[in-house]
Design a protein around this ligand. Sequence first.
Ligand SMILES: CSC[C@H]1O[C@@H](n2cnc3c(O)ncnc32)[C@H](O)[C@@H]1O
Ligand SMILES: [Zn+2]
Length: 429
Amino acid sequence: MAKILLKNAEVLGADGIVKSADIAVEGTLIHQLGEISAEWHADKVIDCTNKLAIPGLVNTHTHAAMTLFRSYADDMVLMDWLQNKIWPAEGNLVAEDVYWGTSLAIAEMIKSGTTTFSDMYFHMPQVAEAVAESGIRAVLARGMAGVAPNGEQALIESEDFFRQYHNAADGRITVMLGPHAPYTCPPEYLKRVANLAQRLGAEIHIHLSETFGEVVECKKKHGKSPIELMKDLGVLECGVLAAHCVHVSDADILLMKEANVRVAHNPGSNMKLASGVAPVPAMLKAGLCVGLGTDGAASNNNLDMLEELRLAAMLHKVHALDPLLIPANTAVSMATANGAQALGLGNVAGRIAPGLKADITLFNMHAPHWYPRHDRVSLLAYSAGAGDVHTVMVDGKILLDNKCLTTIDEERLMYEADRRGRHLVQHQP
Ligand SMILES: CSC[C@H]1O[C@@H](n2cnc3c(O)ncnc32)[C@H](O)[C@@H]1O
Ligand SMILES: [Zn+2]
């Protein structure tokens, strides 16, 4: 079992306070924190002078392989973007495209300090392969739209995928079911998804109440909001990770709290697609678990969780004209511990504490924008950039060493992603 000592770090603890400490990593786990006894011999020692150690960032909602559509269709509203640009181009995707697009996303995520991501997409065995090879942690859901003939196939593939990959890659992969949204999955179909989830013991990852138009349509069609509809169909009983939740009412928030719905807040995507501002302060006040996500790289347009963290901290302040909303430590918790909890990994990752998985990101603080160091959490939230990410460890294994990826051939995947991305959109309108 490999033993790694992170020596002399400044560690963001589970209490949100930064203290000087050593971190002993044994195998996949954080063994000890603080002063490490001289009897504990490390195989490798990393000098963490001037380094801030935080729990790895958790991206709670993305479509990783959509890196292939980055910069293809910008400055559009969601439905126009999906129906006229993205879905036609996705119709051309083959399994290998998803493998390379996901690998590109993983490289970008690791380099910007993310250690876990939650994905909803197609060709999930190839996503799992990219996850397994790279060493990152992931929660994967095969996206399902309930229209014939693919709706049936999606249910079958989701069950197969769950049975084959839940807890795969030494436990780094867990699986959810991924019905896309109420506007692509009719009620009867969502009931079948909920039944399947109950039968498998799987949780559900779904887009909910992303745009005002979605809510209006849902009320017109079903006489209730998307959240109310999910409750009535039995979806909320399965354990739900709900992406976006921009247009939710106070009554919706109460229902979400009752059912312990966890929210993936995607401020960058919501701003770019002009979907609106999710009532995150009200959700937090109600006691909901809110994590952060980038959404796909085609609506963001990067997978940088540090940027998302800062957007979350800033957006709600300016929206409510209240600088007290989402302070730095809240935004950091949303990007780490709350994100892990939102993905059902609260007892596995998201905090630097003995017994938890060694998923750790080290930031180099020896740069002009990190001085003076009045408050390290403030520096992380408001001053740091992805370029400061120095070392990334997942499951006790170093995936980024002094800014170099250790498990991924970056040049090869940039070449493949470029070639495949151009091919996918070649004959599109
Ligand atoms: C069924 S797999 C996932 C599906 O979701 C699409 N998608 C990407 N971004 C969004 C978004 O913000 N809202 C709704 N759907 C989105 C993606 O293109 C895939 O088709
Ligand atoms: Zn999405």
